[in-house]
Design a protein around this ligand. Structure first.
Ligand code: ZN
Length: 485
């Protein structure tokens, strides 16, 4: 099993500790305090359902060997991360606290099937720094409205983007920007994202006029705020006021100039591609012509086992195209940006135990990450942009062939271009540690927060540490700024 690298010295940790303490005791105007890193841009990749064996499987398929992804190289920080939610209810009002016991995880094959999180609580933890109940979207244990990193970004003048390969109002995209007691309130969450947040870019499927093969079809409009809202969005006439059930809904002001900023709506693949270069509209809502996923949900999952054996949806952009388009729109803001980009259907393929589709989705996710790395190197730098690549939880209890005799063993390579030898031991999520990778300013803080120790994966973070580290760097507003009623 792979040993976790420790690439940051004690010196750096000590320097940061001193700087944190110094800034706590510094008085106004005292510029002798050492300052924390302040990344101008943060690109936060979430591979939904992606565990260590998922990463290994895609490496074996693509390269026949481990450790080949850009984020697995020596100049990236890597650690493991615990993903469990705060607690769950079971049998009436009994509350069971969740946790992760490193030794038990490698001894008892049933252990990882307990205490696992759902994507709502996981996204909320990754975005707000708080563990919450399963199913919650940005709402705390006591019903309190939590602050998202995306709100911290807005408070200091940055742009915000939310991009995913699953529906716009699904748990992970919602969990990075919305507030709702239940992830299942898709229609309400969709309206919240469109009318109550200050997102500059949202790109995700959920198109009510196309099916999962990208063909015209009459689908539900629940992901995009309901049919009445959809019809007005699709008119794309620059309106800032919408009506629903005779109520008026207004879009927000995203740059603090006191004017409401209309969504520019795009749906055609070529329009996403052309957004990747040149001047762009200020605010973009991109709903590709596909219903629940860009490609994972297309037909043929049963007949075609190998990745890409069934051609991808031709008229639908992939995650890399959405990534390049959104980075170009967001980087028009001189103050920088925050973006969350989710490989959302890695999870969906893993729920189905479909190795070929999982690898396809993982390759799509990796391509998006490589595009972002190129964007940093061509348009920014590693001094000003932080990239994070992690997961919200493992899905499918994916292992090699020796499990459960060897608990949670590695998938086995069959060589390049071949599906690795795997076992799917669950149709749901697990409480396994997931991988965490980062490169750019502020990476040192993640090492500072890493305090768990797993006998196989090594040092691990909590899923709440990522947002809390970012709040240290960017500050944490307790109110929504510039927000109009
Ligand atoms: Zn899932």
């Amino acid at each position: 099993m792979k040993k976790v690298k420790r690439s940051f010295s004690l010196f750096i940790i000590t320097t940061i500790l001193i700087s944190v303490l110094a800034s706590c005791s510094a008085t106004d105007g005292d510029d002798s305090a050492v300052s924390l890193p302040e990344p101008r841009n943060i690109i936060y990749f979430v591979g939904d359902g992606m565990g260590y064996n998922h990463v290994l499987a895609v490496n074996y398929y693509e390269h026949g060997e481990a450790g080949m992804q850009v984020y697995e190289q020596d100049d990236w920080y890597s650690a493991a991360m615990a993903t469990y939610s705060a607690a769950r209810f079971s049998r009436g009002d009994t509350i069971f606290k969740n946790g992760y016991a490193p030794r038990t995880a490698w001894e008892d094959p049933a252990y990882l099937n307990r205490d696992y999180t759902d994507s709502g609580a996981a996204a909320t933890a990754l975005s707000t720094g708080r563990k919450v109940f399963d199913g919650s979207i940005g709402i705390g244990l006591y019903g309190d409205t939590l602050t998202h990193i995306s709100q911290a970004a807005k408070a200091i003048g940055k742009s915000v983007g939310i991009v995913t390969s699953v529906p716009i109002s699904h748990a992970t995209p919602a969990g990075f920007i919305a507030h709702n007691h239940s992830r299942n309130n898709y229609e309400e969450i969709g309206r919240y994202m469109l009318f109550h947040t200050q997102a500059d870019v949202i790109m995700a499927p959920g198109h009510p006029m196309y099916n999962n093969d990208g063909e015209p079809a009459e689908m539900s409009a629940r992901y995009v705020g309901g049919r009445e809202i959809w019809d007005q969005l699709a008119a794309n006439d620059g309106q800032t006021e919408f009506t629903m059930d005779q109520q008026i809904l207004r879009v927000q002001d995203v740059n603090g100039d006191g004017q409401r900023d209309a969504w520019t709506f795009v749906e055609d693949r070529e329009d996403f591609i052309s957004l990747a270069t040149g001047p762009t509209p200020r605010r973009v809502l991109g709903i590709p012509k596909a219903y629940s996923t860009l490609n994972q949900g297309r037909s043929g999952a049963g007949e075609f086992l190998m990745p890409f054996e069934k051609p991808l949806n031709e008229n639908v952009p992939d995650l890399k195209e959405l990534t390049m388009a959104s980075l170009n729109v967001l980087s028009q803001n001189e103050q920088g940006f925050f973006i969350m980009i989710e490989g959302g259907a890695i999870d969906w393929a893993s729920h189905g135990g479909h190795t070929g589709r999982m690898i396809e989705e993982h390759i799509d996710f990796n391509n998006a990450i490589m595009a972002a790395v190129s964007w940093v190197e061509e348009n920014s730098s590693w001094e000003e942009t932080l990239i994070i690549v992690t997961s919200d939880h493992e899905c499918g209890y994916l292992t090699g062939p020796m499990h459960p005799e060897v608990v949670n063993d590695d998938v086995a390579s069959r060589g390049t271009g071949e599906l690795p030898e795997v076992q799917w031991n669950s149709g749901g999520h697990t409480n396994m540690l997931v991988p965490f990778y980062a490169k750019g300013p502020g990476t040192e803080l993640f090492e500072l927060f890493t305090e768990g120790l797993d006998p196989v994966r090594g040092p691990f973070l909590q899923n709440t540490d990522v947002a809390n580290a970012i709040f240290l760097m960017w500050g944490k507003p307790d109110v929504m700024v510039h927000r109009l009623n």
